[in-house]
Write a protein that binds this ligand. Structure first.
Ligand code: ADP
Length: 536
């Protein structure tokens, strides 16, 4: 160190890679190094021995000058980052930037320098150029903001899509219910052969549209994470029997055999989501039926060797699927070839929903197929054996034998329903039976009518203006409680709703409804349920 002369030290300061400005106690600039001179485009003569506020008048009143004053008067050390220092020194990267007054971003150290054994002291200002870091930081921040905005937009869009689909499907389902209900009623009247044919087309198209809407709604519910998988006790034997029975007529008409087997080692009652398993089977058997012209369809339930996996196979002797398409058929809106829709109909959503449902159940789906010979879809889902049996697939009231209208018990029913078409459909369903039907056009009206008259049953539409079914049910139950009605004698309330989400159904039960019918209401279902309550 001792070998360094004053000249050496001065040269080191002058050639330093950062900006250095040294002031004495009188605010005079004693050194401005080369970096500073170059960046400010000033000469030594412009600066040296000048007062700092004369050399840079624009610094007056800024944080930079205040820090310099603190340094000279009180020997205070400060650091000014570019964010804390909105008025940095007029320093530029090049002439062009100087012309545009685009200053470099600066990081300032303002350092008091006292000299040993002397009363003299100095203020050293060190300036680093942090433009690159700032630009990078800014870019990162912008990217983060954009990413965040995109994330919010995507969330909003997905929510909007789900809401839109839910309300759209509800809006479409309501008039479609009316169409299907009226078509059913029309089928009961005297029709010519030609009219029966037209009506069949109308009913089939209506049902097809209904299925498409349900598929789209299901997919949007799965994708938005709103669909929950239940775990309830049910009988796989009953489930298969019921599901196969849905296809018996069609199989007979097509001349196809359809059968099912259940391995003996599967317990009577198992645990799982019976509704979704049935939906999966309906999709797979429906496809097998669609793509098989002759031969047979067989459905087999068995257990894996470990007894931990339930295997459901749906096998057909249909047209088969080419090897290279075996994976893509599980993608949305995908069919083996574009002629499929023309020839067989369908949306290409069935297998997508099926696969997603199986994954949600922590299961897997496999497919084997040979063109012209047939296909085999295998579902593997976790199996849990149960000893006691409590099946919910067969609701006992559905097994009831309905008496002829003249032997049906006389009763008075309140129907709370805002849609005139739905009122008309239910009226036509019940018209031959000795049922006195009163109509309430919303929940409020229903509550008033209930308080003034006695009804055997209430049919409650859940979506109504002014007061919806949920609120009306709660109010009716509150009223009954206040009147000290014996819980066993409380009026049965049958909810009728297009919303089949688990959450909506459990909310309705919590509010006090006794049964839940999903739209479109079927004539036999509603009559059997009414009969069930009357016969209690
Ligand atoms: P969709 O049947 O509504 O078109 P899916 O997602 O259920 O939609 O099926 C996708 C495609 O996979 C069908 O269009 C068909 O080409 C093919 N496929 C599905 N199941 C079978 C089957 N059992 N036999 C032959 N092809 C099938």
């Amino acid at each position: 160190m001792s070998s360094l002369t004053e000249k050496h030290l001065l040269t080191i300061v002058k050639k330093s890679g950062i900006g250095i400005l040294i002031l004495n106690q009188n605010y005079e600039i004693v050194i401005a190094n080369q970096w500073f001179l170059k960046s400010s485009n000033l000469s030594e003569q412009d600066l040296e021995n000048k007062l700092i506020f004369d050399a840079f008048p624009e610094l007056v009143g800024t944080r930079t000058l205040k820090s310099i004053e603190q340094c000279i008067q009180f020997s205070q050390y400060s650091i000014l980052t570019h964010t804390l220092n909105p008025y940095p020194f007029p320093l530029y990267e090049n002439e062009q930037k100087m012309f545009k007054n685009e200053r470099i971003y600066q990081y300032l150290h303002i350092i008091p320098i006292s000299i040993e054994d002397e009363s003299n002291s100095f203020c050293m200002i060190q300036i680093s150029d942090v433009s690159q870091q700032v630009t990078r930081e800014k870019l990162l921040r912008e990217q983060m903001v954009i990413a965040k905005e995109r994330e919010i937009d995507a969330k909003k869009a997905s929510q909007a899509k789900t809401d839109f689909l839910a309300s759209m499907s509800h809006e479409i389902r309501t008039p479609l219910n009316a169409i299907l209900g009226m078509a059913d009623t029309l089928a009961e009247t005297n029709l010519s052969e030609e009219q029966v044919e037209y009506l069949t087309v109308l009913r089939n198209s209506g049902k097809a549209l209904y299925n498409i809407i349900n598929d789209i709604l299901d997919l949007s519910r799965i994708e938005s994470g709103k669909l929950e998988i239940e775990s309830i006790e049910f009988s796989i034997r009953d489930l298969l029997k019921e599901t196969i029975s849905l296809f018996l007529m069609k199989a007979k008409a097509k001349g196809i055999r359809i059968n099912y087997t259940v391995s003996e080692n599967i317990s009577e009652t198992i645990k799982g989501d019976s509704t979704r398993i049935q939906q999966i089977l309906i999709n797979l058997i429906g496809n097998a039926m669609k793509f098989t012209e002759n031969g047979s369809i067989s459905v087999n339930a068995s257990l894996s060797n470990s007894n931990k996996v339930l295997i459901l196979d749906v096998e057909d002797t249909g047209i088969g699927i080419p090897n290279e398409k075996l994976h893509s058929i599980f993608e949305s809106f995908t069919q083996v070839d574009s002629s499929t829709t023309r020839k067989y109909g369908g949306t290409g959503l069935g297998l997508t929903i099926t696969k997603k449902l199986i994954l949600m159940m922590k299961g897997e789906i496999f497919v084997e197929s040979e063109l012209g010979k047939g296909s085999k879809f295998s579902i593997h889902i976790p199996y849990e054996r149960l000893v006691h049996r409590e099946s919910n697939i067969h609701q006992h009231w559905l097994d009831l034998e309905l008496p002829d209208p003249e032997n049906f018990p006389k009763c008075k029913i309140l129907l709370a329903e805002d849609s005139e078409e739905n009122v008309f459909i239910i009226k036509t369903f019940l018209r031959k039976y000795p049922i006195e039907l009163m109509i309430a056009k919303n929940g409020k009206d229903a509550l008033e009518k209930f308080q003034n008259e006695k009804f055997d049953i209430i049919l409650m539409d859940m979506q109504m203006p002014e007061m919806d079914g949920l609120e009306a049910t709660t109010e009716i139950r509150n009223y009954e409680q206040k009147q000290n009605v014996d819980p066993l004698l409380m009026v049965p309330i049958i909810a009728i709703s297009a919303n089949v989400q688990k959450e909506a159904i459990s909310k309705s039960f919590l509010a006090g409804i006794t049964s839940y019918l999903s739209k479109p209401v079927k004539k036999l279902e509603i009559l059997k349920l009414i009969y069930f309550y009357l016969a209690l």
